[in-house]
Design a protein around this ligand. Structure first.
Ligand SMILES: *Cc1c(COP(=O)(O)O)cnc(C)c1O
Ligand SMILES: [Zn+2]
Length: 425
């Protein structure tokens, strides 16, 4: 195993605390795949599916050989992250318009988002290096995840959260886990720039996705999907893009599965951005290879409000390797998709619904064929963003929503109750 710069290739010791090379490139972990036997790994991973209460019962550490083989098991922490459901919901499939669709519900992670898959590895690595103080900049879910693992490991979390535009539930969750929160005027991008400059002198272990161990852990999302589907992936994997760490991780993990021979074909990857916050999509659509940051990113899907995505170069390579595509969707399209996902009984936060909205749009544009199979990654839990749930009692068609009782329950019968049945036809 090595740590190298993803751009100039210069090598660093695996135990380095390095995020960004002087050349500007992000660090990456290079796994040693040569000695790994696909059939043997399949047996090991299958056997671990029946474990309970052990490190390998984690949906991340189950794949430890491919994520962090050198970390001793005593140094790895876990909340049994991963192990999330892969669902087929007919209503969502019909909405998206493909032949077969699975939803990977990363919302089922212990802190409610996919950030746990990567954070558990970054915090374990920081602990093994002797760190007691961890930090991140966040649009909400990263801070909640870091705060959870810091609390769980008896360490301190320092989280930098923009003053505006972060869902209140995520802030409350982060504080409830006991993190120290620094609110600042600016965006996620300003917070990450500050931490990249100052984390070292403040003895803070930086747990944003510029930390290469976050990427190693997030690969497990793709591993779980492949494992569940018998090491055969669908034609497309569709996911929302903010900082673009998740697409970088997905691509890296799948590339490694292919190199080992655990899968024999890569899926195509589609990255969906929110229209007001889509610098990566604009770059790809223009056929450019230089990202122009968005100074004032805007969308109601707050987890996607990132104007200067750190992992854009890694994401670009992934799209080149997988014949991938990008698309942007409006907030209206995101909320239309969210409504379908919520009503399917799964539910998700707005940013997650961008994946389903994007798949539908790519189908309509003809980029994705009707006969295709796809996985959409649902990145975060519906309870994360209370503000976006507040609109439901006021739905215009009356097909769901609450009555506004002025009497006790018996007093509502029969008129108000019948009226509700009537509205459903
Ligand atoms: C972080 C996050 C994203 C964006 O993922 P990136 O790796 O930053 O591209 C999408 N949805 C949710 C719910 C998130 O928390
Ligand atoms: Zn470099």
């Amino acid at each position: 195993m090595k740590m190298t710069c993803s751009e100039c290739g210069i090598e660093y010791p695996v135990s380095s605390v390095a995020y960004c090379c002087p050349c500007g490139g992000l660090m990456q972990i290079v796994q040693e795949l040569g000695g790994l036997d696909a059939d043997r790994l399949k047996r090991i991973f299958d056997d671990r599916l029946s474990e309970r209460g052990t490190l390998h019962a984690s949906g991340v550490w189950r794949y430890k050989e491919l994520i962090h083989p050198q970390l001793s098991s005593e140094q790895a922490i876990t909340r049994y992250e991963g192990n999330t459901g892969l669902y087929e919901a007919e209503s969502v499939r019909a909405f998206a318009g493909v032949d077969r669709l699975w939803l990977k519900a990363q919302s089922e992670n212990p802190s409610g988002s996919f950030k746990d898959n990567g954070m558990v590895v970054a915090v374990s690595q920081g602990l093994s290096l002797g760190y007691k103080r961890f930090a991140c900049s966040s649009t909400g879910n990263t801070s909640a995840s870091l705060a959870m693992y810091a609390a769980w490991s008896g360490s301190e979390a320092y989280v930098f959260v923009p003053e505006q535009g972060v869902a209140a539930g995520k802030i409350g969750q982060t504080l409830a886990y006991g993190a120290r929160m620094i609110r600042f005027a600016g965006t996620y991008d300003d917070g990450i720039a500050f931490l990249q400059r100052h984390a070292g002198e403040l003895s803070l272990y930086l747990c944003n996705s510029v930390n290469p161990w976050r990427i190693e852990g997030q690969k497990s999302i793709g591993f779980e999907i492949a494992h569940r589907l018998g090491w055969k992936l669908p034609d497309w994997v569709v996911l929302p893009g903010g900082a673009l760490s998740n697409v970088a991780a997905l691509g890296k993990g799948l590339r490694e599965l292919l190199a080992i021979g655990l899968i024999d074909k890569l899926p195509r990857i589609a990255v969906v951005q929110a229209e007001g916050s889509s610098p990566f999509h604009r770059m790809m659509a223009a056929g450019s290879d230089m990202l122009t940051p968005e100074a004032n990113p805007r969308t109601r899907a707050s987890a996607l409000r990132i104007g200067d995505p750190p992992s854009w170069k890694k994401a670009m390579v992934v799209l080149q390797e997988t014949s991938g595509v990008t698309v942007s969707v409006t907030d209206e399209e995101i909320f239309a998709a969210k409504r379908v996902v919520d009503r399917s009984g799964i539910g998700c936060e707005p940013a997650s619904a961008a994946s389903v909205a994007g798949l539908r749009k790519l189908r309509e544009e003809g980029t994705i064929d009707r006969l295709c199979t796809a996985v959409c990654i649902l990145t975060g839990h519906m309870l994360k963003d209370q503000e976006s749930l507040d609109m439901y009692p006021h739905e215009p068609d009356g097909a769901s929503g609450q009555s506004r009782p002025s009497k006790g329950a018996e007093g509502l019968y029969p008129d108000a109750i019948r009226a509700m049945f009537g509205a459903q036809g």
